[in-house]
Structure formats: structure tokens, C-alpha cells
Design a protein around this ligand. Structure first.
Ligand code: NAP
Length: 247
């Protein structure tokens, strides 16, 4: 029950890593706001909690929607202690084929969306002198062919975590990033479909190159996020943890 009496807001939480994180928080006593583009899909997750859940439909790249989502969370649960930014999309293409729309969509969702969510959440957290914020980077931040937009966003989020750790540290707010490797979710399944590869075959070949010889499940990443959001890591901030089954 590490999150008893805590209130968490998780974006992109209708499925994948966000859903696993929201479920873990709820299982450990938190009241959780499950945010995603589609409120009805978010509700499918929040309806499964034994503890209180709230489903919010919100596009994280829209300031008015983000501000309203944070306000709804505070109105329902009284405060906000934890923010995890999982909302994400892929629009992969080689540079010469990448459209301006695909660049903007990925940068707006990951970078601007995370910025807007933290900006709205910190108003509550600074006032109460407590907060835990986790951003979702990726091993792609180190460079990945066909992902100029995504790798730029994921590298940028590591800088955002370091900078906001400095700015928000004096208010007892920790800001860290997780950089997962290959996680079995709808996002990686869609990549397999897009390049015409069988998903099971993709997982098998990826696993062969990972020292632990398996790809990650969403719960593997959720437990890292929970560590950063618990008081066990209260002296850790501005860090990026690579959760990739290897060094
Ligand atoms: P996922 O299964 O595709 O889930 C992402 C969720 O975010 C979806 O429910 C999606 O809704 C939602 N979303 C997209 N745009 C949004 C927006 N503008 N506002 C609110 N919600 C939005 O992805 P995942 O694999 O769990 O990934 C979660 C995070 O981890 C992402 O930031 C991703 O980049 C990162 N990550 C994933 C992996 C991996 O291997 N899976 C590796 C490294 C990092 P829709 O379905 O309606 O689009």
C-alpha cells in the first residue's frame, strides 16, 4: 500500500504502460485519474479498480483540456500527488518522407503534452510542497532509424526531467524519466503491422538481442514508475532509468 492517501493522474492510461501503471497505483491504495483521448476506453480501466477511479477524456496537446483534467482530478479527489505522462503516438518515416504533420503530431503529443501536463500539475504540487512526476522517454532517445520526430521528443523529455528536477526540487517535487526498450503493447504491435512483420516473430528476434532474452511487459515498466513515485526514491530526481533488459 505504498500509495495509500495519494492521488495519481496517469495520461495515456486506457492501455499499455499507462493502464498497467494506473492499475498498480490503484492496487496499492491510490485514488487514480485515468486520462486518455477516449473517455469510454479510460473508463474500462478505472471501472476495474477496487479503490476510487476517475476516467477523463483529454487530448494532452490541448492546454484547455489538460487544465480541465487536472481541475477535475482535484475536484474529485481533493489534491494531486503523482503525475505520470504515458500518452504517446508513433508516426515513423525516414526523414525525406516525414511530413510536417507527422513531425508536429509526435512533438505535440510527447513534448508539448508532457510540458502542459506538468505545468498544470505543478500548481497543485508546489502549493502542497509534495509531488512525484514521471516522464516516458525511450531507448529511441539514443537514435533510431525512421524516428526523427519520436527520438527528438524522447531525448527532449530527458532534458525536461533534468531541468524540472532543478526547478521543482526546492518544492519537494521529484521529476524522473523512464526509458523503456521494447515493450509488448498496442504501440509495438502496430509497428509490426506497419512494416508487415508477424508480431510474434518481431518479439522473438528482439528478445534474442536483449541480454535478459525477453521483451518487456507493461507491468515491468509500471513497477519502475511506481518506484519513482514512491517515497523509497525520495532522494532521486532528474534521472533517466533505462528499463531495457540490458545495460
Ligand atoms: P500505447 O499502448 O499506444 O498507449 C498509448 C496511449 O496514449 C493510447 O491509449 C493513446 O490513445 C493515448 N494517446 C495518444 N495520444 C494522446 C493524446 N494526445 N492525449 C491523450 N492520450 C493520448 O503505448 P505504450 O506502448 O503503452 O507507450 C506508453 C508510453 O511509453 C509512450 O509515451 C511511448 O512512447 C513510451 N514507450 C513505449 C515503448 C514500447 O515499446 N511500447 C518503449 C519506450 C517508450 P489512442 O489509442 O486513442 O491513440
Amino acid at each position: 500500500m505504498r500509495f495509500e492517501n495519494r492521488v495519481a493522474l496517469v495520461t495515456g492510461a486506457a492501455r499499455g504502460i499507462g493502464a498497467a501503471t494506473a492499475r498498480l497505483f490503484a492496487a496499492e491504495g491510490a485514488r487514480v485519474a485515468v486520462l486518455d483521448l477516449d473517455e469510454s476506453q479510460a473508463r474500462q480501466v478505472s471501472d476495474g479498480f477496487a479503490y476510487s477511479g476517475l476516467a477523463i477524456g483529454c487530448d494532452v496537446s490541448k492546454r484547455s483540456e489538460v487544465d480541465a483534467a487536472v481541475a477535475r482530478t482535484v475536484e474529485r479527489f481533493g489534491t494531486l500527488d503523482i503525475l505520470v505522462c504515458c500518452a504517446g503516438i508513433l508516426r515513423d518515416n525516414l526523414l525525406h518522407r516525414m511530413s510536417e504533420e507527422d513531425w508536429d503530431a509526435v512533438i505535440d503529443t510527447h513534448l508539448k503534452g508532457t510540458f502542459l501536463c506538468i505545468q498544470a500539475a505543478q500548481r497543485v504540487m508546489v502549493e502542497k510542497r509534495y509531488g512525484k512526476v514521471v516522464l516516458l522517454s525511450s531507448t529511441s532517445a539514443l537514435g533510431n532509424r525512421g524516428q526523427t520526430n519520436y527520438t527528438t521528443a524522447k531525448a527532449g523529455l530527458q532534458g525536461m526531467a533534468r531541468t524540472l528536477a532543478i526547478e521543482l526540487g526546492p518544492f519537494n517535487i521529484n521529476v524522473n524519466a523512464i526509458a523503456p526498450g521494447f515493450v509488448e503493447t498496442a504501440m509495438t504491435r502496430a509497428t509490426a503491422e506497419r512494416i508487415g512483420m508477424d508480431f510474434e516473430e518481431m518479439k522473438r528476434t528482439r528478445a534474442e538481442a536483449i541480454p535478459l532474452r525477453r521483451v518487456a511487459q507493461p507491468e515491468d515498466i509500471a513497477s519502475c514508475i511506481a518506484f519513482f513515485c514512491s517515497d523509497e526514491s525520495s532522494f532521486v530526481t532528474g534521472q533517466t532509468l533505462y528499463a531495457r533488459g540490458g545495460p
